[in-house]
Design a protein around this ligand. Structure first.
Ligand code: MG
Length: 260
């Protein structure tokens, strides 16, 4: 496996090469990537410079911009104010909006399981003030951003037990200050693979900050560019410090893509 580099010259060179691809997908995580973190997830927004570059890329020929998030599709759409024709992938790949059409793929049985798990987690949430249970279409998130590490560990252990009691097949996935319990094992890697096929792309750019983004970095190949935001182990080829640094990367890519 290739080493991850923080060398700006190397990142810059990779972007120039990428911008020459005949058909390009620019796939971006939202929270912690386009947008800095905030205590109230409904109040966050993409950094203005990053969003301007995203819109330039969205208008560029043979270029498909896709926002790929763990958020439910509706939440992703409302927090980004994305144009109608921008592709959105929510719930780590369970929900899709392509060409303005929403697509949910859960069966009746899965919907029942989601409801059962949600009820069990709500009971846990009631015992831990400050712990927020977020209900999503394919599962639920237990948010521990506002509590101490000890309380978070205890709440997560209780939540895990309750979720598995409610549904032995529940899928558990950890992220930054969040543990998610879902009924469908779809990853951002599956989403990238499907997008690549859907758009007949020759190359993919993907940027993300969290452990669930590693599934996407894992499916990137030699002609693609993966950018990890911030610290933490990664399979991405490149690493930058924070969402503000991504603005520079997206601006360069947008400029190179628009003038190729
Ligand atoms: Mg993120």
């Amino acid at each position: 496996m290739r080493e991850t580099t923080t060398d700006e010259t190397a990142i810059s060179a990779a972007l120039e090469t990428l911008a020459a691809a005949p058909r390009l997908i620019v796939a971006l995580d939202f929270d912690g990537t386009l947008a800095p973190f905030a205590d109230d997830p409904s109040q966050v927004g993409a950094l203005p410079g990053s969003w301007a570059a995203v819109l330039t890329l969205h208008r560029a020929k043979d270029t498909e911009v896709v926002l790929v998030s763990g958020r439910p599709l509706g939440s992703l759409a409302s927090v980004t104010h994305a144009p109608e024709d921008m592709a959105l992938v929510g719930s780590h790949g369970v929900e899709w909006r392509v060409d303005g059409h929403d697509e949910a793929t859960l069966t009746e049985d899965e919907l029942r399981r989601v409801a059962r798990i949600g009820a069990a987690l709500d009971e846990v949430g009631e015992r831990y003030p400050g712990v927020v249970i977020e209900h999503k279409p394919a599962g639920h998130g237990v948010h521990t951003r506002r509590v101490s590490a000890e309380v978070a560990a205890q709440a997560n252990a209780d939540a895990s037990r309750a979720a598995h009691d409610a549904d032995p097949d529940v899928l558990e996935r950890g992220g930054k200050d969040i543990v998610e319990f879902a009924v469908r094992h779809v990853t951002k890697g599956d989403a990238i693979a499907r997008l690549r096929e859907l758009h007949g792309a020759d190359a993919v750019f993907f940027a993300g900050d969290d452990v669930t983004d590693e599934d996407a970095f894992r499916v990137l190949g030699d002609g693609d560019v993966g950018v990890k935001i911030g610290p933490g182990e990664t399979r991405a080829g490149y690493r930058i410090a924070d969402p503000a640094a991504l603005t520079g990367v997206l601006k360069q890519l947008a400029r190179a893509r628009a003038t190729r």
